[in-house]
Design a binder for this molecule. Structure first.
Ligand SMILES: [Zn+2]
Length: 56
């Protein structure tokens, strides 16, 4: 499975068992990207560097 990096628009390979909310790193620009799903398609957005508020 493949998605497009929103930063540099390079294709980013996703694991077959990828889940929405997972973080992946773009191999081209090194950006940390969060996987999300829209209309059954996996997409990537820039992850925010917060990591505190996971809303347990
Ligand atoms: Zn990129």
């Amino acid at each position: 499975m493949e998605a497009k990096c929103p930063v540099c628009e390079s294709p980013v390979q996703l694991p077959d068992d990828v889940m929405p909310g997972e973080l992946v790193e773009c191999p081209s620009c090194g950006a940390t990207l969060e996987v999300y799903e829209q209309d059954g398609v996996f997409l990537l957005k820039e992850a925010e560097e917060i990591g505190e508020d996971w809303g347990e």
